[in-house]
Design a protein around this ligand. Structure first.
Ligand code: LLP
Length: 473
């Protein structure tokens, strides 16, 4: 089937198709739709050469549709930009909390990225996907003893967050010194939602800078610990470049202080945080522009402070995978309240995309089975959960949609599947990886049987099901 990704003047879903005409590689985080998005002869949205509407009839909805090319393009842009702009060694890690599953871990690892994990479950998945343990970095403010042991045994680097963890690791009976980095709060603020702001001093994560010299001194007396670097992460969905520039100077300063304690600290991990476009007014910097600023700021700070160039790490999540995915829903009911609002309900909602209800985030959608339609009305896209706040998009201009239409919410790759729940006992959706016309199932849709897989019914309650209704009153 032939397709086009040309845009047109009249407003329709086509306006969101990426126009890839500008110079250089497109930066996926600047587009609402995956880079392969196009419209086909049936006027359907096509991703990775696959018709989104057909995918829904084949795999059901809601459906996460993940475009492999876009994810790989983002990985490459990060990786190549570090090689271009940073004169030393570098390693990009994928913050897998954005979306951790076997296929995603395998794709990013095949692009040469390492993986940031923050739980035993993410560790297990990354290892099962074949990720090299020496490229796995373990974060978290309250790792359990068991999680630490698993990660150390596997050979991961532990990003130590606090004293308890440091003392636990120092006391571990491990064959080799444990490879650690230290996370600290750099005291840098940025503009983003309060829940995802982590760089200021009032944060649950990391050592307070006041404690760092004591930490350095502690480590310098422990042969069981091999402290290779420092880590900071200032927040998420950030469009400004200045905070990361400021962070560089602060981190290099601490690198120098650590050296004063005899520690051979040679790695700096500046965290993630680059934002993506969720709606038309968002204007995030390109991935390579972010890397350039970070790389140059670190290199300059090292030069000014007379510190050898560290191996530079960063750990983006959202900007790697966010724009690579759409969620396709089937439209159900319409409720028109004259003079007030029209609600259009879809077959998912806050359980597969908890971002709007959690962060009041705004997203955009297109009608996937009539991409060129230009008629417009303002509707509110509601989820199907028993909660008034389960609204995916408030007051969006869309062509008139009715039961059976397919709605595609854009830029849902980051923190949607990973934060999905079974609220109201909705089975979690399937995810499909699309590439050059091929569609592979990477996450199977949960079944009702899956929902009760972990349920246990004590024997004495079993009688309730044996026709003895008198016991139910
Ligand atoms: N490194 C650390 C230590 C982090 O905590 C995070 C995100 C990242 C890297 C990746 O940040 P990114 O490049 O994705 O901005 N659920 C929220 C986002 C929570 C972010 C948690 N940490 C949301 O949906 O907006």
């Amino acid at each position: 089937m032939t397709s086009t990704n040309a845009t047109e003047a009249s407003p329709s879903g086509r306006q969101f198709l990426p126009s890839l005409s500008h110079d250089g590689d497109p930066s996926p985080n600047q587009f609402l739709l995956p880079l392969t998005a196009a419209v086909n002869e049936a006027d359907h949205l096509q991703i990775g050469g696959c018709d989104a509407v057909e995918l829904v009839s084949r795999f059901g909805s809601p459906l996460y549709i993940l475009d492999e090319l876009t994810l790989r393009a983002a990985c490459r842009q990060y990786r190549d930009a570090f090689q271009r702009f940073y004169p030393g060694a570098s390693q990009v890690l994928y913050a897998s909390k954005a979306w951790n599953c076997l296929a995603v871990c395998a794709i990013v690892a095949s692009e040469g990225l390492g993986i940031d994990i923050c739980s035993g479950g993410e560790l297990y998945t990354a290892l099962q996907a074949g990720v090299r343990a020496d490229r796995i970095y373990f974060h978290g403010n309250n790792k359990s003893f068991n999680e630490l042991q698993l990660a150390v045994e596997a050979g991961c680097t532990i990003v130590v967050d606090n004293w308890l963890e440091l003392e636990t690791l120092a006391g571990l009976d491990s064959e080799q010194p444990v490879r650690i980095m230290l996370r600290f709060t750099p005291g840098i603020d940025c503009h983003t939602h309060d829940y995802i702001r982590t760089g200021r001093l009032d944060s649950k994560f990391g050592f307070d800078p006041d404690q760092l010299t004591e930490v350095f001194s502690f480590i310098s007396q422990r042969s069981t610990l091999n402290c290779v670097g420092l880590h900071a992460h200032i927040g998420s969905q950030i469009f400004e470049l200045q905070p990361h520039q400021d962070l560089a100077a602060v981190m290099v300063q601490w690198l120098q202080k650590a050296a004063g304690y005899g520690l051979s600290v040679t790695e700096l991990d500046v965290g993630g945080g680059l934002g993506i476009r969720y709606n038309e007014s968002d204007d995030p910097p390109r991935i390579d522009a972010w890397v350039k600023v970070v790389a140059e700021a670190i290199a300059t700070a090292c030069q000014t402070q007379g510190v050898p160039l560290p191996r530079l790490l960063c750990e983006p999540g959202r900007s790697l995978i966010g724009s690579a995915c759409i969620t396709a829903y089937t439209v159900g009911t319409r409720k028109e309240i004259p003079g007030i609002r029209t609600y259009v309900a879809v077959d998912g909602g806050m359980s597969d995309n908890p971002r709007p209800i959690t962060y009041q985030s705004i997203c955009q959608a297109v009608v996937a089975n009539r991409l060129s339609a230009t008629d417009q009305e303002t509707v509110t896209i509601a989820g199907k959960h028993c909660e008034s706040g389960d609204i995916l998009i408030k007051d969006i201009a869309l062509p008139k949609i009715y039961s059976g239409d397919i709605l595609a919410v854009m830029a849902t790759g980051a923190y949607n599947y990973s934060m999905a729940s079974n609220y109201n006992r909705l089975p979690r959706p399937a995810a499909i990886l699309v590439h050059e016309g091929e569609a592979n199932l990477i996450l199977q849709r949960e079944t009702y049987a899956d929902l009760i897989r972990q349920d246990r019914l004590p024997e004495r309650l079993g009688a309730l099901f044996n026709g003895d209704s008198s016991r139910q009153s």
